[in-house]
Design a protein around this ligand. Structure first.
Ligand code: OSB
Ligand code: MG
Length: 368
């Protein structure tokens, strides 16, 4: 196989509602799509880097630069046996996992399309539907939060994750627990706390949360080890796990009991699958996180979530929660049981809407 050309596109996509975390508010996503032409077959990937470097050091802007000036030159002209070879060719670049992940994913889609099989099957997936949960941003009031939770439970979602930050944590959790004592509930702090907040974090233990996601420093495994020792509730790491080595360290040191896997954060399917396998062997369940993706990234998240150790509902939810119109056909839909059917068509199994993609594109570059 040879990757003949790559087209980068930046799309501006307005969310149906602003998304608030402990770090920032996102209103318009700068979506970076990667189209790879592999032996005449087009595959699509999405680089999930954010508009600002608040979640990870990468942004849409840095990813574009790294893709064009460093990753593509490393792949150009190379003869590869399979999409699994791509990450090795890109490994000399330190970090920039989201840029790598977008490019690698496009080649995986193209390869599965060439073979005429669903990407999920090519990856070793074992499910024909995945369990879907939602991530609910920080709301201006508890009443607004409750309204948002009600809507999602009504729609059938299997678990609710709420974003928390100092001053919007215990009260929000206690409020929801009083309303629904048995709801599958978890919180995500996006690194908003430090070990000095231990008394407060220990109080969260009273609410039977499924897990507390990334409470402490984005790159601080050791602080999480110390916190997990004191907590009954499992810690789930997101930001702190960028590589298989981090995952191994986190598990062996006891920094977490659950890992959120994001294709972008770990640099693509090769790393994601290795982390998945490592966690499975260690008895650590994983789930698939989200990055406010367009339909292209969402489709890849569905494929990834079919692997056997993705045993917890992820943050992969319906297109309409994010977009008035999504860039794939059909859009991602969620059943009343809170599940998403894995498509049976080749590759990602959703068709890119080229007309809409064209309309939303603000920047395009063809790399040959
Ligand atoms: O921490 O999981 C996160 C969105 C952007 C950046 C980081 C995170 C999130 C989410 C939303 O929680 C997940 C989604 O619905 O796509
Ligand atoms: Mg998170």
């Amino acid at each position: 196989m040879r990757v003949e050309q790559v087209t980068l596109r930046e799309l501006h996509m307005k969310l149906v509602a602003p998304f608030l975390t402990s770090m920032e508010t996102t209103t318009v996503r700068r979506v970076l799509l990667v189209e790879a032409l592999v032996d005449g077959v087009a595959g699509w990937g999405e680089c999930v880097a954010g508009e600002t470097p608040s979640y990870s050091p990468e942004t849409t802007e840095t990813a574009w630069h790294i893709l064009r000036d460093h990753l593509w030159p490393a792949l150009r002209g190379a003869q590869i046996r399979s999409a699994d070879d791509v990450s090795d060719l890109l490994a000399w670049v330190r970090g920039h996992n989201m840029a790598k992940g977008g490019l690698e994913a496009a080649v995986w889609d193209a390869e599965a399309k060439q073979q005429g099989v669903p990407l999920a099957q090519r990856l070793g997936g074992v499910r024909d539907e995945i369990a879907s949960g939602v991530s609910i941003g920080i709301k201006p009031s508890l009443e607004d939060l409750w309204r948002a939770v009600e809507v999602e439970l009504e729609a059938g979602y299997q678990r609710v994750k709420i974003k928390i930050k100092p001053g919007y944590d215990l009260t929000a959790v206690e409020f929801l627990r009083q309303k629904l004592p048995a709801m599958k509930l978890m919180v995500d702090a996006n690194s908003a706390y430090t070990l000095a907040d231990r008394p407060l974090l220990e109080q969260l233990d009273r609410y039977f949360l499924m897990m507390i996601e990334q409470p402490l420093g984005w790159d601080d495994l050791y602080a999480h080890v110390r916190l997990q020792r004191e907590l009954q509730t499992p810690i789930c790491l997101d930001e702190s796990v960028h590589t298989e080595e981090h995952a191994r360290a986190a598990i062996e040191l006891g920094a977490c009991r659950i890992i959120n896997i994001k294709l972008g954060r770990v640099g693509g399917y090769q790393a994601a699958r290795r982390i998945h396998d490592l966690c499975q062997a260690a008895g650590v369940p994983v789930w698939c996180g989200g990055m406010l993706e367009s339909g292209i990234g969402r489709a890849h998240n569905i494929a990834l979530s079919t692997l056997p150790n993705f045993t917890l509902p992820g943050d992969v939810s319906a297109s309409k929660r994010y977009w008035a119109e999504d860039v794939i056909e059909p859009e991602v839909r969620v059943s009343p049981r809170g599940t998403i059917r894995v498509p049976e068509g080749p590759g990602i199994g959703f068709v890119p809407r080229l007309d809409l993609i064209e309309r939303l594109t603000v920047r395009r570059e063809r790399l040959v």
